[in-house]
Design a protein around this ligand. Structure first.
Ligand SMILES: [Zn+2]
Length: 219
């Protein structure tokens, strides 16, 4: 069945439309067109600076810069809205290759959860393949169950307070976790409000330290 589907609807590079392996997102040539962030290799880490304005941050890194109508946006869109959860693995592979996390001293990896209803609608959480691949390659354990999202969509009152760095009760911590260095993963960092809200819960509930990894930053 898959073979027939592959023949009828071959997987195409999101950059140049050439036919590529079913699990890939872009061809080797188009990988070089992606704007990788490489924050960890520069002295000024803008993401880290922005995070530290919102919550106590150990380290913060991003894989890509989010280019409007560019390749990184297409990749994230496929991953989130087009059923291509496997692209998370490609992004994780690039992250591991860049050796971004080796010096962080992370105890456990987790990611921003979807509300169960949302996850059921989408059929998957777009961060899980990413988390699992990074965990496997770095030998750092992961959990998909540290955090729970409390609302299907943000209540109006919270939307009104969007500018505040801490959105109340957006997430709950549902496992006892104490004094750990947690790597918190999300897809796109924009205002930082979501990730900040999750980070504060983990800090307040168990005196944990938080580092951030995002697939892309969109400042
Ligand atoms: Zn290509």
């Amino acid at each position: 069945m898959n073979l027939i589907l592959d023949l009828l609807f071959p997987n195409r590079c999101l950059g140049c439309q050439n036919i590529i392996d079913a699990n890939d997102a872009v061809c080797d040539a188009c990988v070089s067109l992606i704007d990788f962030a490489n924050f960890s290799f520069t002295e000024t880490n803008l993401l880290e600076q922005k995070c530290r304005l919102l919550f106590p941050t150990e380290k913060a890194v991003a894989l890509m810069l989010y280019q409007k109508s560019g390749l990184s946006q297409k990749i994230i869109h496929e991953l989130k809205y087009n059923g291509r959860s496997i692209i998370g693995k490609t992004l994780a592979k690039w992250t591991v290759e860049k050796n971004i996390l080796s010096s962080f001293g992370i105890d456990i990896i987790t990611s921003i959860p979807l509300h169960p209803r949302k996850q059921k609608e989408r059929g998957y959480n777009q961060l899980h393949h990413f988390v699992e691949y990074i965990s496997k390659e770095t030998k750092i354990p992961y959990s998909h169950n540290l955090l729970k999202r409390n609302f299907y969509s943000k209540p109006q009152a919270q939307k009104d307070r969007e500018h505040r760095s801490e959105i109340k009760n957006l997430f709950s911590v549902q496992c006892a976790i104490q004094d750990k260095h947690i790597l918190l993963i999300d897809d796109v960092y924009t205002t930082g409000n979501t990730i900040s809200s999750a980070a504060w819960e983990l800090i307040k509930k168990g005196n944990n330290k938080i580092s951030i990894l995002v697939m892309a930053v969109d400042f």
